[in-house]
Design a protein around this ligand. Structure first.
Ligand code: NAP
Length: 417
């Protein structure tokens, strides 16, 4: 495909999908979007670390060819005010794998979040957020090493899909009248109304991805998180469809928690993943008190939104939490924090969220050696209390470095390893 502003690298191979599997050469082309605000600080810093780790891991036998794509303010500058250029979407679809920095949502009536638009346009239905503690990272927990979970959050349904009707509008009044008169609903006069659709299709494809991830990564359990005790036909249905999917498609490798106790006396049989469920509110308590009991979590949109940030706080906060948004073929890895405008251009913030999102990307394309080098270097550098400002304010006697200084320390540690 010809592009107007995107310049594909002269060499390297696009990642293809064949029979549902990624086909990755030793010189793949990966897309990157710098991001707004602190994006210009963290993206070049991470790029240095990723390239150094790839070079160290494979001694020149493997190499990434980066293709810069544009979204947000940088795109608006290049595409005549267009924050969301079609050719960026086309390029992501062509490359299948990309990574992005944070994007500003310009404040203004009717301006849709670019992140939400990206997820919806590319149907990136699964938001994947691993939460894991690294040695040396400040945490409010007594045993942060027990936290090692991966949240699969549904991205396209639930209250986030934008079916809302403002109080006082004709649409609201029409819907309120219908609900009261034809459905027997009772609620206060003039209430704003939001609709929460949860489908079997949306729930099952999300749970399928979570279970497949658990199988591929030797995880022990998948927990369906829901509020089905109150919202039976949405949240409760998510739970029901999740169990159905597990039985229908993964019956040979999964057992339910009930079966675990009834047939196996609570001892997990070799090769089986336990499918269990928990009510959303208790889940927050359990992830604080007994995080070791949980592994992969599958959630609807809103529960997953709260839970992801809450769990990130247990292991160091938003400056370090990585993430990805995935469809069946396309995957876009991303820093989970925003553009932190007050720090933009100061070379100050923590690049680790984007850095570890890159690690997720390298795992995804089958280059786990890169992740291992980066994780080891990270623990060595943070263990030496060389950290950016956000960790420095939580660690006694820390040496505070800039974003670029932190990246340089990681590259040094990688090269010395
Ligand atoms: P934010 O940019 O995430 O920043 C909130 C605070 O989080 C910062 O002030 C800072 O805390 C901390 N923080 C964020 N990134 C950090 C990093 N890399 N290292 C260390 N600390 C970090 O949230 P916001 O201010 O609410 O949103 C700003 C803009 O970002 C908005 O336009 C919003 O729409 C957008 N946004 C984009 C994304 C995305 O692209 N995925 C996500 C969220 C928000 P301290 O001040 O305490 O140091």
């Amino acid at each position: 495909m010809g592009f107007q502003h995107v310049k594909m690298p002269d060499s390297g191979d696009k990642i293809r999908i064949e029979d549902g599997q990624l086909v990755v050469s030793d010189e793949p082309v990966l897309g990157f979007i710098e991001g707004d605000g602190i994006g210009a600080d963290i993206t070049p810093a991470c790029m240095k670390v990723w390239n150094a780790a790839v070079e160290k891991a494979y001694g020149g036998k493997r190499r990434v060819h980066w293709a810069e794509l544009y979204l947000g303010e940088k795109a608006a500058g290049i595409y005549d005010g267009d924050y969301f250029p079609q050719e960026t979407l086309d390029a992501i679809k062509e490359l299948n794998v990309a990574i992005k920095g944070p994007l500003t949502t310009p404040v203004g009536e009717g301006f849709r979040s670019l992140n939400v638009s990206l997820r919806q346009t590319l149907d990136l239905y699964a938001c994947v957020r691993p939460v894991k503690w690294y040695e040396g990272v400040p945490s409010p927990l007594k045993k942060p090493h027990e936290v090692d979970a991966v949240i699969f959050r549904e991205n396209t349904e639930d209250v986030y899909c934008g079916l809302e009707y403002e109080s006082g509008t004709p649409e609201n009044e029409k819907l309120a009248k219908f609900l009261r008169e034809e459905m027997g609903a009772e609620f206060f006069e003039g209430a704003g109304i939001g609709i929460k659709p949860i489908s079997a299709y949306g729930s099952k494809r999300l749970v399928r991805k979570a279970i497949q991830y658990a199988i591929d990564n030797n995880r022990k359990s998948v927990t369906l998180v829901h509020k089905g005790n109150i919202m039976k036909f949405t949240e409760g249905a998510f739970r029901k469809w999740g169990y159905e999917l597990a039985a229908e498609e993964f019956g040979d490798v999964t057992i339910t928690e009930d079966e675990l106790w009834e047939k196996h006396d609570g001892k997990q049989p070799e090769g089986k993943i336990v499918i269990k469920d928990r009510i959303a509110d208790i889940m927050f308590q359990l992830m604080l008190l007994r995080p070791a009991d949980f592994d992969v979590l599958a959630t609807m949109n809103l529960n997953g939104d709260y839970l992801s940030d809450s769990l990130a706080a247990e292991v160091g906060g938003m400056g370090i939490a990585p993430g990805a948004n995935m469809a069946d073929n396309v995957a876009v890895f991303e820093a989970t924090h925003g553009t932190a405008p007050k720090y933009a251009g100061q070379d100050k913030v923590n690049p680790s969220s984007l850095l570890f999102s890159g690690c997720m990307m390298f795992d995804y394309i089958g280059w786990p050696e890169v992740t291992k080098l980066i994780e080891d270097a990270f623990e060595a550098v943070v263990g030496n209390k060389i950290v950016t400002y956000d960790f420095a304010r939580q660690i006694d006697n820390a040496t505070e470095v800039k974003t670029s200084g932190f990246a340089d320390a990681l590259v040094d540690a990688i090269n010395k390893s």
